[in-house]
Structure formats: C-alpha cells, structure tokens
Ligand binder design. Structure first.
Ligand SMILES: Cc1cc2nc3c(=O)[nH]c(=O)nc-3n(C[C@H](O)[C@H](O)[C@H](O)COP(=O)(O)O)c2cc1C
Length: 393
C-alpha cells in the first residue's frame, strides 16, 4: 500500500497538499472546513503588523478562458485584514482540533528589524509549524517597498531573512517571486542568510489587456487598472522552471506552487524538486472539495507505478534538464501519420510549408513526408485537428 505521508524538516505531512496563502486561508472557520475535508495543511493568508493599513480595490480579479474553462487568473488583492491576535487565537484553535495538520504562518512587514522581529516573537508563542516570509506579492506592496520589492533584491532579502532567523523558533521558508531575471540568485542569497526552505512561486506580474468592445481595461477599477499577479494553469511552466532551477542549485526543501490543478501537476512539481505542493487558484475556482480527487489521483498513480511514496519521484526531472548546447543533436524524430485518423485536410502541409521546412506534401488525398526536408520539429503533430500525427525516432 502506498502512502501520501511525507516529512519535511522533521514536520510530518499527512499528505503533500497544502492550501497556499490566499483567500482560501483568510478565515479560521474556512481553514477548519478545509482541514475537515482532508487538506494536509495551510499557509495562512499573509499576516502583517496591525498598523499596516491596506485598502482593497474592486473588482480585484480577471480571467483568461479557453473553451469555457478558466486557464488563467489575475488578482490585485492585498494581504490579510485580520489582526495578529485573531491569527494567534485561530492558530491555537486549529491546532487543538487538528494536531496532525501543518500550519504555516505567512508574514510580511515593512523593512524594519523591529517590525519583522516583533511579529515573529508574537507568533513564536503559537503552535505554528513554520514561517513563510512573503517577499513576493507583485502588486500594492512593492509601492511601499515590501512584497516583491524585497524578493527582487538579494540584499534586502538577506537582511530580512537574517532578522527573522535570529528570533524565529520554527523553520523559516522564504516565498520567492518569479518576476526576476534569475530566481536562483535570490534563493541562494536567502539560503546563505539562513533560510531553512524556499516556497516558489508567487504570482507572475501581468496585464490582462483591453476589452475590444468597451476599450476599457479587462480588470477595470473605475476606468483604470494596475499590473496584477497571474496564477492558475497558465503559470505552471513558469513555476516548474523556477522550482527546478532552485533545486539544481540548492538542497533546501521546496514548497512548490503555481498552476497546480490535479495529481498530474503534483507529480510534475515533485519531480521538478518540490517536497510538497501548495494550491490557490484551483481551490478558488472549484472549492476545498478538490482535495478528494487530488489525494485519490496521487495515490492511484503511486500504486499503479508500484511506488511506496512520493520520495521515489522527487527531483527525478532535475538531472534531465540541461543547457541547449548539451542536447544530443543527433537525436531525430519524424512524423508518422495514422491513415485511419487522417482526413487529408492539409493543415499539416500548409503549416509545415509556412514554417520553413516544406517536408510534407499532399497528393491524391494522402499526406507524404520528405524525410530529407524534415527537421523533426513536431509542429505538424501539434496542429493536426484529428490527432493523426505522432512523432517517432
Ligand atoms: C487572490 C489571491 C490572493 C493571494 N494572496 C496571497 C497572499 O496574501 N500571500 C502570498 O504569499 N501569496 C498570495 N497569493 C499567491 C498564491 O499563494 C500562489 O502563490 C499563486 O496564486 C500561485 O499558485 P496558484 O497558481 O495555485 O494560484 C495570492 C493569490 C491569489 C490568486
């Protein structure tokens, strides 16, 4: 029998699925419900010192849809509006009721030693399992030199990590932003400053664009908009890239985040270097109940493969990622056309010609391949509306 249990820095996780810091973790009673449904843990909506004033905008979300399904999400939401005392009381309540669930306190404060250390000292007295330093929100906070303004500066990230580490009585994860040229630069900096682990990624800064009908912004706050944070399926390749880059450069545990919707994505994140995963947008769109399918899907996968637990797949993708110049240029794949599926629509031929290669031709309702011209790029198999083309060595 496979198990979903895992262990990170001595913290036991009954399963690797955590709610990410976001609206689904903004209220104690909601987290209570999520725990009762089977989530392994929760990262609390980012807690700030009580005197940090925040004003939310309305509306604060926009989406990108593909065939009626939301594949991209954007938000301009700020942090928790609840007091530090609310969280201290709530954490104690949750831990008493669910001692086996992992609770991570996400925190953010102005760049002042006392502000960070006082917040940590207060939370030290609660039964949290770890801290997550939010150096990564891309909107609202950078204007005040916090959020992503911290996580895009190695110098400030080092400073705050070392302030927190000096007083924290629990492991400290640092949540990084993908909105940097090289995320390993910041990950290595906070590791040197004593961070016990990394959480990645926070949202990807974006602009949802203009509504062609009204010529107003799609995320329209009284005719104006602002750059927001993108999340959901569209950011998964960015999250996977960041996690694997961090893993290639560091042995620190990683809480993987970004576009996870199912067990398949979870396997990919663990293979890319994550120890456990966090999920936000998929929960916002479909509710806490998705945990049932996540757990069953991952367990089925492990059992079908004969794996005892997720440690077997951990980091497995990382050694297979290399520089382009090191890829084997003698390896070549060619398209194979399934005559039973092909309707000779000619789309593959057109696209192949318009994209340089001229390797496919159509005569008498059949598609022919000129191997000498084929570079094995695989575009024909991607555009085929009948999925009649597969690539073979
Ligand atoms: C509406 C919304 C609010 C968020 N608030 C926070 C926050 O307070 N603190 C934080 O660290 N991340 C916050 N995030 C980022 C998420 O925790 C997560 O890193 C990101 O959404 C990517 O994961 P996903 O694709 O599963 O949503 C927020 C995300 C969304 C969509």
């Amino acid at each position: 029998m496979a198990t979903l249990e895992t262990n990170v820095l001595g913290i036991k996780f009954e399963n690797p699925f955590l709610l990410a810091s976001a609206p689904p973790t903004a209220l104690i009673e909601s987290i209570d419900k999520a725990f009762s449904l089977g989530w392994g843990g929760a990262v609390l909506k980012t807690i700030t010192p009580d005197d940090l004033v925040m004003e939310e905008a309305s509306p604060r979300y926009a989406i990108i849809k593909e065939r009626k399904k939301v594949i991209g999400f954007q938000n301009i939401e700020l942090l928790s509006h609840k007091s530090v005392q609310y969280w201290c009381d709530g954490i104690k309540y949750l831990k008493e009721k669910y001692p086996e669930k992992v609770i991570i306190a996400s925190i953010m404060a102005p760049v002042e030693k006392d502000e960070w250390q006082n917040l940590v000292r207060t939370l030290n007295d609660t039964p949290i399992d770890a801290y997550e330093l939010n150096f990564s929100c891309p909107h609202g906070m950078p204007e005040r030199n916090i959020g992503m303004a911290i996580g895009t500066s190695a110098e400030i990230s080092i400073l705050i990590t070392s302030w927190v580490k000096a007083v924290a009585n629990k492991p400290v994860f640092v949540k990084l932003t993908p909105n940097v040229t090289d995320i390993t630069w910041i990950a290595n900096a906070v590791e040197r400053a004593g961070a016990d682990g990394i959480a990645a990624i926070n949202t990807v800064q974006g602009f949802m664009g203009t509504d062609p009908e009204t010529l107003e912004p799609l995320l329209n706050v009284d005719g104006m908009t602002t750059y927001g944070g993108c999340s959901g399926e569209i950011v998964k390749p960015i999250g996977l890239r960041c996690v694997s880059q961090i893993r290639k450069n560091s042995k620190l545990p990683i809480l993987g985040i970004g576009g996870i919707t199912n067990w398949y994505d979870t396997v990919q994140y663990i293979a890319a270097g994550s120890d456990v995963v966090q999920i936000c947008t998929e929960v916002m769109l479909n509710g806490y109940g998705i945990i049932k399918g996540l757990k069953a899907g991952l367990l089925n996968y492990l059992e079908a493969k004969g794996f005892n637990d997720i440690s077997v797949i951990k980091d497995i993708a990382v050694s297979g990622i290399t520089a382009h110049e090191k890829l084997n240029k003698h390896y070549h794949v060619y398209p194979k056309i399934d005559d039973k599926k092909c309707v000779a629509c000619g789309k593959c031929v057109n696209i192949c010609c318009e994209s340089e290669h001229h390797a496919l031709t159509k005569d008498n309702n059949s598609i022919n391949l000129n191997k000498e011209h084929c570079e094995g790029c695989s575009l024909c198999s991607i555009v085929c509306p009948k999925e009649a083309i597969t690539m073979h060595k």
